[in-house]
Unconditional design. Structure first.
Length: 217
């Protein structure tokens, strides 16, 4: 892959990873056109490409690729991120927070994105842990309570705490470098939040559906 701006880049070598609005997953887009430039591949930083989701079930996406940072900068059409479009196993209030986080991310509001993902994690904890007074505790205590109740592994507890940390950085002023939430930070927090929610809600739901089908229900 080319690492300098003023070099041509083969479309097959581009990092065409983006969030697919159809299947709500991070995917590697399959290019169906060559990269198009306004004034030529040598002089332009932005390449315009039409991609399709590798699932072959979603709509086509028009992407703008940033050669300098080697990543997709924009995906069109913009997602609506309707809470109703998220998996039915996820509680409605958590779907609302996820939709808000994704809207922030696609508006380049990365602090807002990590903050809303943190909020989704806190809603998850309060939905699952039914200890009197849990809602009055700090989030780090709530996450530990989720672990103590057996809902998550040690690794997932660490994941939840990292989401909490970055959500705090997004919500509150800080004197360290983490005050500037990057697009990479927002992407990682979004993926980890969905991984956590998938394990807590979606995997048990889909497993139960298989069990019901096997038992003829």
């Amino acid at each position: 892959m080319a690492n300098r701006l003023y070099e041509p880049v083969n479309v097959e070598d581009m990092n065409l990873s983006y969030y697919c609005r159809g299947c709500h997953q991070q995917v590697r887009g399959v290019p169906i056109t060559d990269a198009k430039y306004r004034n030529g591949s040598i002089s332009e930083n932005e390449a315009w490409i039409i991609c399709k989701c590798p699932t072959h079930l979603c709509e086509l996406s028009f992407v703008i690729y940033d050669k300098l940072n080697e990543r997709i900068r924009r995906v069109y059409p913009f997602s609506t991120f309707d809470p109703a479009s998220y998996h039915e196993a996820i509680p409605e209030k958590i779907r609302e927070d996820l939709a808000e986080a994704d809207r922030c991310y696609h508006a380049d509001a990365y602090k807002g994105a990590v903050t809303m993902n943190r909020r989704a994690v806190q809603r998850l904890v309060l939905d699952k842990v039914k200890i009197p007074g849990i809602e009055k505790k700090k989030l780090w205590e709530q996450i530990d309570a989720l672990f103590d109740a057996g809902f998550i592994t040690k690794q997932l507890k660490d994941t939840a705490h990292e989401i909490r940390h970055f959500g705090n950085f997004g919500a509150h002023p800080s004197d360290d470098l983490l005050d500037n939430t990057s697009v990479e930070d927002a992407e990682r927090v979004d993926r980890l939040t969905m991984d956590l929610i998938r394990i807590i809600y979606i995997v048990p739901y889909e497993t139960d559906q298989l069990k019901k089908k096997r038992n003829g229900q």
